[in-house]
Design a protein around this ligand. Sequence first.
Ligand code: ADP
Length: 542
Amino acid sequence: MLGLMQDRPLLISSLIEFAAQYHGAVEIVSRSVEGPIHRYTYADANRRSKQLAQALGSLGIGLGDRVATLAWNGYRHLECYYGVSGIGAVLHTINPRLFPEQIVYIANHAEDRVLFTELTFVPLLEGIAGQLESVEAIVIMTDREHMPETSLPNVQCYEELLAAQDGSLDWPGFDENTASSLCYTSGTTGNPKGVLYSHRSTVLHSLASCSQDVLGLSSQDSVLPVVPMFHANSWGIAYSAPMCGAKLVLPGMGMDGASIYELLETEKVTLSAGVPTVWLMLLQYLQQTGKELPHMTRTVIGGSAAPASMIETFEHDYDVVVIHAWGMTEMSPLGTTGNLKANMAAWDYSDQLAVKSKQGRAVYGVDMKITDDDGNELPRDGVAFGHLMVRGPWITNGYFKGEGGEVLDDGDWFDTGDVATLDPEGFMQITDRSKDVIKSGGEWISSIELENIAVGHPDVAEAAVIGVVHPKWDERPLLIIVRNEGSNVEGPEILDFMKGKIATWWMPDDVTFVDEIPHTATGKIQKLVLREQFAGYKLPTA
Ligand code: ADP
């Protein structure tokens, strides 16, 4: 017997429509590329998204057509989120930090028909426009006054496109499983692969992320996603903020400590989200200036492991609760968040910190398990570590155009490529990427754990650990350090600091210093590049 409830489709347009109706006066504040701070409301955003939808119609864009953006976090980009997906076209958010040849590859692979770009990226596009095979029009997201002189073909002015429309459109209805947006994973090896979200997966993911134990986002919040809208939909905040009527603060291209601080302060931001590198810059700024964070109550840190020292600084020095989150582009992206459980409230801070340093526990909707190389499930004892497998309604079931082939096993499980433990309380801890784990004498050493401990040393700005060939043990860990400015700390001091915090056979065989550690377009350490760089490295133990 089937239930007798309405089968209304879950559509992305309903989020902005709801925000306009019930939180119409709530502000969206953006640092614009042109310079000034721009303010308007959810009611304005809905109206202008509809104008954009009409304009897309006039350019011949409809259901299933791909429309790309090369843009920062800002109000016009938000209008693309709703204007494009709202008519059943597919919003393809391109990461501008990719190499130009990768941008060409993914724009052609996606068959993008229209490309929206920020003024910042006009020179980049001029260099590659000749190679873009499917792009019929390039829309520069600015007004007539700021339109640049450019060699780009078929250029349109965003504000002029909108001005020609009256915004009288009613958002159309269609199947909730319709594709809504497309985001390519940066792919540390091989070509980037497209993750194709649906309206249904996006709305379900937003519902989950607003819930108290996940991001706890609500109409009481002023939220600033530092995480870019081209990186897994700013972890869904571009959707979840309108869903709950939170004030939305969009930082544009100003990711440095001073610029972020200014918005946190003036817009009374209560919740923010970003990768550890961004928070490192903010904390350095706060320490240099002696400024505080009086409005912020919590911050989401994810994308890479949040070091315990960073969590403690936020919580102790600035009274900001850290929500450590884990996910991936393939998961929309949220998989786990690290809010403490009720029974942990009375624990000593050091025990709480140990739990918070883990990547968190499953969000309802995400099934997780860990397995050995043969696919056998491993115990949830916090000790055994294995391949982290996930499944759920906002997790991919295959890449765009079938790239990478079949990605699910018989039980619909998706292999995240992460290696992790699961503890009896349900908290997951990443011990490595499966390709970065150091295999020493048949046993696994977690490079991430070594890095986390090393960055706890006061003279260490950043740390990376890679496996280097060893005649006896196959591989042994090499610790690569970026010193804090002005420090001349040496290897033995860092190793001394690590002693006792890990098993002796996990201790790095050597420490080396570099000026900079290479990062991917999404801010992760590029282990592959480091492995190439240190390919012939001779360990003193070898
Ligand atoms: P890419 O950077 O390749 O585009 P994603 O941004 O989707 O891909 O990255 C997903 C990966 O990032 C995860 O599989 C995991 O390895 C890593 N990651 C994400 N959050 C965390 C975290 N809190 N701690 C450690 N690693 C994380």
